[in-house]
Ligand binder design. Structure first.
Ligand SMILES: [Zn+2]
Length: 65
């Protein structure tokens, strides 16, 4: 029996994700600011957070693993 593991967010509430830049918990349905990196979609509370992610994506991806 094999189990597929998802390697990203491990938060309890469905639909809630962590903004990797500022650490804010946001609903992925409430924000339209998102980026894709390495096959994973990251959600942000605001455009400035997404811009910070664009500048150094690896740094923020590492911080939420
Ligand atoms: Zn943010």
């Amino acid at each position: 029996m094999s189990i597929r593991r998802h390697n990203h967010h491990r938060h309890g509430s469905p639909g809630t994700v962590t903004d990797p830049v500022c650490g804010l918990q946001i609903s992925k349905y409430a924000t339209t600011v998102r980026r894709e990196a390495g096959g994973t979609t990251y959600h942000f509370c605001s455009a400035p957070c997404a811009c910070a992610f664009d500048a150094e994506p690896a740094r923020y991806i590492a911080s939420i693993r």
